[in-house]
Design a protein around this ligand. Structure first.
Ligand SMILES: *Cc1c(COP(=O)(O)O)cnc(C)c1O
Length: 397
């Protein structure tokens, strides 16, 4: 059976080149970067090279602005808790959006419940977009941080981060963006964006799991969340995860070298898949922004078909996709992102996310376009709410 992996938003395979580097830094160059002997110095050199590679990918002026973490989740936690606590005397207000990843949302909720912060969760429009004007309106003299994601992990909508950052800067407020989904897929440049903090993750860019990085603009104060040694210039204690870090560095280098061709490849496949689904299946709605969306993201709501049932049936035919985010699927709650975008619970439950990657081909897409309409038709035949007459378009879709 054909195997088609369309869940790169959940995780990507490790690039073989990256895997080789990781092996080397596990088996041969195993030193502790803090040791002064030659084993330690070799590891230190590799970590600092990786720091340069990551800085280079996101246009950071100085590699020392990169802090290695255990992943995107830790980078988000460090950015939000780190800034909130360091600037507590200035104020206690944070601005975020309703469609953030749980690494951001739950961190904000924690600060609200346990540490007396006030959080504004900005709404989004039907395409999942935050209005920069809402950010301007929400800022008070108590605001210490605006944290809005660069691109949404479920629907792929790309936010107007540069404009949001400009507004926040004018009022002297720091800006963080969770760019885990965007980095390596579209150009991300911290200088051009004007953000102060930015999160990224290894396993979303063909690097290993369990490693990520937080960009922290020079001069930004940050209260560490992890206490111990003086690692990462007192911003994140713990012996550096050298294999993961060199893996992340190599992955960053590869993404930078191949960015244009990668983006182009993804857009061709994405649009072929979107057009094929909209043409081949009646009563389907594309979720997210039609143009300001990630090159690899396809998210559709299929009326009268249940997301989890579609996933199971697709899996039986060798196709791996997801409904909502990996963290959301498996629970009965509809995706908070789709709900915030105004979708009915029915349509939110009938949503399917397919996220493409560098190894996908046109044949993969054509296979999905052959299999999916059949599955949908079968499920709709069993659905008690699907109208028998399929010719008529449903008005609320
Ligand atoms: C995957 C993801 C994260 C979490 O990153 P991990 O490295 O898995 O902890 C955070 N934010 C977004 C938008 C993501 O897609």
């Amino acid at each position: 059976m054909r195997k088609v992996y369309l869940d790169h938003g959940a995780t990507t395979p490790v690039d073989p080149e990256v895997a080789h580097v990781i092996y080397r830094y596990m088996v041969d160059e195993f030193g502790n970067p803090s040791s002064v002997h030659q084993f330690g110095r070799a590891a230190r050199k590799a970590v600092e090279k990786a720091r340069e590679q990551v800085a280079d990918l996101i246009g950071a002026a100085d590699p020392s602005e990169i802090v290695f973490t255990s992943g995107g989740t830790e980078a988000d936690n460090l950015a939000i808790k780190g800034v909130a606590r360091a600037y507590r005397k200035k104020g206690n207000h944070i601005i975020t959006s309703a469609v953030e990843h749980h690494a951001v949302l739950h961190t904000c909720e924690y600060l609200e419940e346990k540490e007396g912060f006030k959080v504004t969760y900005l709404p989004v429009d039907g395409s999942g977009m935050v209005d920069p004007e809402d950010v301007a309106q929400a800022i008070t003299d108590q605001t210490v941080l605006v944290t809005i994601m660069f691109a949404n992990n479920e629907v792929g909508t790309i936010q107007p981060i540069a404009e949001i950052a400009r507004i926040a800067k004018e009022k002297g407020v720091l800006v963080h963006t969770d760019a885990v989904q965007a980095v390596g897929q579209v150009p991300v440049d911290v200088e051009r964006l004007g953000v102060d903090l930015l999160s990224l993750s290894g396993h979303k860019i063909y690097g290993p799991k369990g490693v990520g990085a937080l960009y922290v603009r020079k001069g930004t104060r940050l209260e560490p969340t992890m206490h111990g040694g003086a690692h990462e210039k007192h911003r994140r204690a713990g012996t550096e995860g050298v294999p993961g870090i060199v893996g992340l560095g190599t992955a960053a280098q590869l993404r930078k070298d191949h960015l244009d061709e990668y983006t182009e490849h993804l857009i061709v496949l994405r649009d072929r898949l979107i057009d094929g689904i909209l043409d081949g299946i009646p009563d389907v709605k594309l979720n997210g922004h039609p143009t300001k969306r990630l090159p690899n993201n396809v998210n559709v709501s299929i009326a009268y078909a249940e997301g989890e049932s579609m996933l199971l049936n697709m899996d039986l035919e060798g196709i791996a996709a997801s409904s909502g985010s990996a963290c959301t699927s498996g629970s009965l709650e509809p995706s908070h992102v789709l709900v915030a975008m105004g979708l009915s619970h029915e349509l939110a439950h009938g949503s399917l996310r397919m996220t493409l990657g560098k190894d996908n081909t046109e044949e993969d897409i054509d296979y999905v376009l052959e299999v999916l309409p059949r599955i949908v038709e079968r499920l709709r035949k069993m659905s008690p709410i699907a109208p028998a007459q399929r010719e008529e378009k449903v008005s609320n879709v």
